[in-house]
Ligand binder design. Structure first.
Ligand code: HEC
Length: 147
């Protein structure tokens, strides 16, 4: 039986590496990253608004998604990716790269503080997780065009 399973696994791995190697347009990658953020932010927002019971594990896995995105996001804005794919990225990103990098750093820092604090209760999260959402808005206000 294992003789059947191993080739299947190998094919899976090959397909997986092709998916990684095929370089998606940065506009696409950054939109997908923000979709991950939205997905992860949903339970966090529900917990903070007491629409969902607090769950430390769910909270932490959402924070880890924020951290992953914060880490990969800055690389998705090369010259030439200012338009296309219905991007909502504002021209300010390329005109004021320092300010954009700063806004990204604030998001990364707020996320790091929250992760290190390891929130165990809703009260903990109100103190250490809520500030992250100010950094979403802080960046969107200047660097995202919302319709
Ligand atoms: C450093 C800047 C920055 C930070 C911080 C940031 N965003 Fe964004 N976000 C953007 C930009 C720029 C876009 C538009 C990207 C594009 O369309 O190419 C965007 C797009 C989005 C989208 C639309 C995704 C889509 O295409 O469907 C959502 C949802 C979103 N952000 C949620 C959040 C949330 C929630 C947070 C905080 C937890 C956050 N963002 C933090 C810059 C940021």
């Amino acid at each position: 039986m294992s003789g059947v399973k191993i080739p299947a696994l190998l094919i899976g791995l090959v397909l997986y590496s092709i998916a990684i190697a095929s370089d998606d347009a940065p506009q696409q990658v950054r939109q997908d990253l923000m979709k991950d953020v939205r997905q992860a932010a949903k339970p966090v927002g529900n917990m903070l608004r007491e629409k969902e019971a607090f769950n430390a594990e769910t909270m932490m896995s959402s924070l880890m998604v924020f951290a992953k995105v914060a880490d990969q996001y800055g690389a998705q804005f090369p010259e030439g990716s200012e338009s296309g794919f219905e991007t909502e990225a504002a021209p300010a990103i390329w005109e004021d790269r320092e300010g954009f990098d700063m806004a990204l750093m604030e998001f990364a820092e707020a996320t790091k503080i929250a992760i290190e604090s390891g929130p165990q209760t809703l009260e903990d999260a109100r103190t250490t997780v809520s500030p992250i959402f100010k950094t979403c808005k802080g960046c969107h206000d200047n660097y995202r065009i919302e319709d």
